[in-house]
Design a binder for this molecule. Structure first.
Ligand code: SAH
Length: 502
């Protein structure tokens, strides 16, 4: 192949062991800006979602029915992609050079004169153990560590067990799930103390992490051999005792819980990050997508109105876009009294340099009415930029006091999923522990989604709602409201979930 026409650079990027937060800053920046992404089995969907929508994504891992693309073919694919794309990211689990065959890819790229760089990642052999509460070295227990493959394709490549068994440091075996009986028996046979502790860490650094502990001699009786989910690591050494004290990850309040976030993609990341920080496995299930509408805002609206009420973050963003389209900015609102329905909308206004005059104690239309009863006179004119569909409680009440105008600045629609997104969602949805909703329209769309794809949820799934409007939509559609947040914020929703998971 002639690769002298390569226009791009191939970056061999380590994705870390499981928690998407463990991708390095450099890796993240490349992922967010790449034009082509070549990835394999250990890469989480959430990480793939960080790549631009326009980027070409090529899966080269093993599908259940299928075989992995042969390494030689991957090497050439990378050279080929560099001819068409400026930034090609080859994303690999853990570190690209720790049993990742990154070295071979680098060699072939070099041979074809394709520029490449390596962005190291946190290897599961170290980082995965840390999440299992096992420090790979410890002053009192291990002064070295050794990482082996546990996959012996060719017998002639087997380790020299007489050497391995003598090592005092921590031994970590990757790709070892099928060889646990062999490895443990070899170590005993060649002289390692039979009572040496061992641990198997499955799905390290993810919410489905499982750790099984035993000793070399009892491994076959005590470990669920054959049932351990891959990927998994086998660890041998005294450091495993430290798990009792250092197991920080599995004690997080939402550890092991699968929680769906149904907010619009653009808004979900913050809440998803809050949930992940508490140990949850987050399934992004965007049920709304915000669609801007052609701007209706006129100079007259600004001249006439005395107050502007924002009932959602989206209302703020879309109104500001309209203002911008009129060649204006927030200074045009200097004479208006501004209301935000709650703290999130208020924070959003602050981004535009606007400090709202009013924020009700209850973050609902009812709360606005309570607060504004004493603040309005017949000469006021209230402008309410918001979604097409909105409850009429507020406007019915306003109509009795002063004039108002509802300005429809956006609509919420049900997002279309690509075939890949859909299959990934359908795979995960049946085992959810919680589904969270932050709006009635998300509930409505979720209901339609379940019907369309004939999805059945787990019988134990719990529905968590941000507030009364969302809750009543759930009830109207026949879903029980197990948890609801009061005050109606995402912070409270998180607290409620944490309390329930206890
Ligand atoms: N480059 C990777 C290793 C690739 S080999 C790294 O540095 O981590 C694949 C093996 O890595 C798996 O068979 C398993 O033994 C281990 N592995 C990778 N991610 C893991 C995880 N999240 N939990 C447990 N083991 C993992």
């Amino acid at each position: 192949m002639n690769s002298k026409y390569a226009i791009g650079t191939v970056y061999l990027v380590g994705a870390g062991p499981g928690d998407i937060g463990l991708l390095t800053n450099k890796g993240l920046a490349l992922l967010k800006s790449c034009d082509c992404l070549v990835y394999d089995r250990l890469i989480q969907d959430e990480m793939l979602a960080l790549a631009p929508a326009s980027c070409e994504k090529v899966y080269v891992g093993k599908a259940a029915s299928d075989h992995a693309m042969p390494q030689e073919q991957i090497n050439l694919l990378l050279c080929e992609k560099a001819k068409h794309f400026k930034t090609v990211v080859r994303l690999k689990g853990g570190d690209p050079y720790v049993f990742g065959r990154g070295g071979e890819e680098g060699e072939v790229l070099r041979a074809h004169n394709v520029p490449f760089e390596v962005v190291p990642g946190i290897s599961s052999s170290i980082g995965g153990l840390a999440y299992a509460g096992i420090p790979i070295t410890h002053r009192h227990h291990a002064s070295s560590f050794h990482v082996f493959t546990g996959h012996f394709k060719d017998d002639s490549k087997d380790h020299d067990w007489s050497v391995v068994a003598k090592i005092e440091g921590t031994l970590v075996f990757l790709m070892s799930i099928g060889s646990i009986p062999y490895i443990t028996s070899q170590l005993i046979q060649f002289g390692k103390k039979a009572s040496t502790p061992i641990a198997v860490v499955s799905n390290a650094a993810s919410s489905s992490q499982q750790v099984f502990e035993s000793t070399l001699e009892k491994a076959l009786d005590e470990l669920p051999i054959g049932k351990i989910k891959s990927p998994a690591l086998l660890v041998v050494g005294e450091v495993i005792h430290m798990r009792e004290t250092l197991n920080w990850f599995e004690s997080k309040p939402l550890f092991g819980k699968k929680i769906a976030v149904t907010r619009a993609t653009a808004q979900s990341s913050h809440f998803s990050a809050m949930l992940r920080a508490q140990g949850a496995s987050v399934i992004e299930l965007p049920m709304i997508s915000i669609e801007s509408l052609p701007t209706l805002l006129q100079q007259d609206h600004l001249m006439q109105s005395t107050q502007i009420w924002f009932t959602s973050e989206n209302g703020v963003h879309e109104f500001m876009k309209s203002l911008w389209a009129l060649h204006l900015d927030s200074r045009a609102l200097f004479k208006h009294k501004i209301l935000a329905i709650g703290p999130t909308t208020s924070k959003c206004l602050e981004q535009y340099g606007i400090r709202p005059d009013f924020v009700p104690v209850r973050y609902t239309q009812e709360g606005i009415i309570e607060l504004m009863e004493t603040q309005l006179s017949a000469s006021d004119h209230v402008l309410i930029p918001g979604a097409q569909v909105m409850r009429s409680l507020l406007t019915d009440w306003l109509a009795k006091i002063c004039s108002y105008e509802k300005l429809t600045v956006y609509q919420t629609i049900r997002p279309e999923y690509s075939a890949d997104e859909l299959s990934s969602i359908l795979k995960k949805i049946e085992t959810l522990d919680y589904v969270t909703f932050a709006s009635g329209s998300a509930v409505q769309h979720f209901h339609e989604f379940l019907k369309q794809y004939e999805v059945s949820l787990s019988a134990d799934v719990k529905f968590a709602s941000i507030g009364p409007v969302t809750s009543s939509t759930l009830e109207e559609l026949g879903y029980p409201v197990h948890l609801s947040a009061n005050p109606h914020t995402l912070d409270t929703l998180l607290k409620v979930l944490m309390a329930d998971a206890k």
